[in-house]
Design a protein around this ligand. Structure first.
Ligand code: GLN
Length: 555
């Protein structure tokens, strides 16, 4: 039997609803239940793929090639369950499907309406592809009271009646602010938010009250009384030092036990929280701090690089160190003297990005790292920048560039118009739609025997990698890009030490480059940060931070 937990938010946004959902998923898993997490986003974009990362934060890519909300990244990092296309829906996608059906005449002359057509489509999404999962956790984006979220709230309300009794639970996350002038915590915003929710027909079972300080028992009693929930169902959610402490903290507050009670599970299996305790210990007792400079274009909003900064933290955990990030806006970094800002950092990372603006600074960062022997990690765009640097400054191709910035004499990075995905040929034209047309999702890559990346992945897998004689070890990583390093420049670049150490199975698409003779200089066309987890740091991030620790000890 699959049970459904709906998580809504009230009072303000940014309450950490996504993290709370992820943490609850992890806690249920720790008790031996299987979980799947889903996000229902009320905006009109079909997916976040076309939204600016500075507005909406990072676009999280799933194995099956969906461009999704960054909360799905939290879900995966906390539960290890790979998200899928079917785990994120937006109002835009729902309307797109409905309008297509309407045009086909599928509604047989009926008037198409929000209730029941839009709400039915939302319910179908929630109930779809649940397999035998014990708990489906559905987070509703936005805040109760927003016009956009109404159809979603109506759909989850209906599900409470559609499904058998005892198969749904509603959690409402709210804020209990401290008002300095009064010297008191205030419960009124929570009361109002629950009132709003109840006016739509949803009575929450549990309130997760976010607060920056302890909520006294009498205040919890008051919240319970005014919001019509049990006292034990008023769970306080205090700020934690690290997001990875949230599962333990919420467990101590009784969140998972209370959720199970809602479902009538009074005597659940005891949780095995050893994984989270180990993570807690690592966070509590670092043996040093490494400084990593991230040179990117969207540094104004750190959510734009969410998975990346988390993967760096995981790399730190693997090496028992704290990772201090220095965000450097690549455009402000174009002045020749600006590279001095990189003196003293232990590692440089150039992340994914789009468009020409800011690229001079990124290329300068790659040049600096290469010259000075500072560990360099180029991810997607960061790999392309490293290749441009090597082509211009090592291979004697001053006009080398990417066709993303216009025509050039030496297109060392060029637009991909054809590639294979499994057994199918994918083709794209220059004027295709922008949404959902990149090379997206999980692709195979072959590592060159004897290369650094082969050793890094091999070590992490305990030398137990899938290998085919003469073809190198096989890895799978997630992609999101339109341009690719041009294989025709392989010989010229390898002659100056930039080795193409990872290729697509057909040998046509360079997936990894590494600089021979440099302590750690690796560029990857994929996004390894998307697969890193606190309990399973990605091998490349663990190795990059290990190199940064080494660098720190040198200087
Ligand atoms: N703009 C580059 C491309 O489309 C890199 C994309 C990225 O970094 N994700 O290939």
């Amino acid at each position: 039997m699959t049970r459904y937990i709906f998580i809504t938010g009230g009072v303000v946004s940014s309450l950490g609803k996504g993290l709370a959902s992820a943490a609850l998923g992890a806690l249920l898993q720790a008790r031996g239940y299987s979980v799947r997490l889903r996000k229902l986003d009320p905006y009109l974009n079909v997916d976040p793929g076309t939204m600016s990362p500075t507005q909406h934060g990072e676009v999280y890519v799933t194995d099956d090639g969906a461009e999704t909300d960054l909360d799905l990244g939290h879900y995966e990092r906390f539960t290890g369950v790979s998200s899928r296309q079917s785990d994120n829906i937006t109002t835009g996608r729902i309307y797109q499907q409905i309008i297509l059906k309407e045009r086909r005449g599928d509604y047989l002359g009926r008037t198409v309406q929000v209730i029941p057509h839009v709400t039915n489509a939302i319910k179908e999404f929630v109930l779809n592809e649940t397999e035998d999962t014990d708990f489906i956790l559905c987070e509703i984006g936005g805040t109760v009271g927003d016009i956009e979220s109404l159809p979603f709230l109506e759909a989850i309300r209906q599900l409470g009646n559609d499904l058998p009794r005892g198969q749904t639970a509603y959690i409402h996350a709210t804020l209990v602010p401290f008002i300095k002038a009064a010297g008191e915590l205030k419960t009124k915003p929570t009361q109002h938010s629950v009132k709003e929710l109840r006016s739509i027909g949803i009575q929450p079972d549990i309130l997760l009250c976010r607060s920056d300080r302890e909520i006294p028992q009498h205040e919890r009693r008051k919240i319970a009384l005014f919001c019509n929930v049990r006292e034990s169902a008023v769970i306080q959610g205090l700020d934690c030092r690290s997001i990875y402490e949230v599962p333990l903290a919420y467990h101590v507050e009784g969140l998972d036990a209370e959720v199970l009670k809602v479902f009538g599970i009074e005597d659940p299996p005891a949780p095995d929280l050893s994984r989270w305790r180990r993570i807690h210990d690592r966070i509590e007792s670092p043996e040093g701090t490494v400084k990593i400079a991230v040179v990117g274009k969207y540094t104004g909003l750190q959510d734009a690089y969410k998975s990346l900064s988390e993967a760096l933290v995981h790399g730190g955990m693997a090496n028992h160190v704290n990772v201090e990030l220095q965000w450097i806006e690549s455009e402000t970094f174009e002045h020749p003297d600006a590279v001095q800002r990189l003196e003293g950092v232990d590692g440089i990372l150039v992340p994914g990005g789009f468009g020409e603006r800011g690229t001079k600074g990124k290329i300068a960062a790659a040049t600096f790292a290469r010259d000075k022997g500072v560990p360099y990690f180029g991810i997607c765009f960061g790999m392309q920048m490293a290749v441009i640097d090597a082509a211009r400054n090592l291979a004697g191709l001053p006009d080398a560039s990417s066709t993303e910035f216009g025509d050039c004499a030496d297109p060392v990075v060029g637009l991909m118009t054809e590639w294979t995905h499994g057994n199918t040929l994918q083709t794209r034209g220059i004027d295709d739609d922008k949404g959902g047309t990149m090379r997206l999702g999980r692709y195979e890559c072959r590592l060159q025997d004897g290369s650094k990346v082969d050793a890094i992945y091999g070590n992490a897998a305990g030398d137990n990698m899938d290998r085919e004689a003469g073809q190198g070890a096989v890895i799978f990583e997630r992609h999101r890009h339109r341009y690719e390093v041009n294989i025709n420049y392989r010989e010229r670049l390898e002659a100056v030490g930039l080795r193409f150490s990872g290729l697509s199975p057909d040998g046509e698409l360079p997936e990894i480059v590494e600089l021979d003779g440099h302590p750690w200089f690796i560029g990857v066309q994929f996004h390894p940060e998307l697969k890193s987890k606190p309990f399973e740091p990605h091998p490349l991030f663990a190795s990059f931070i290990a190199a940064a620790v080494h660098q720190m000890r040198l200087v």
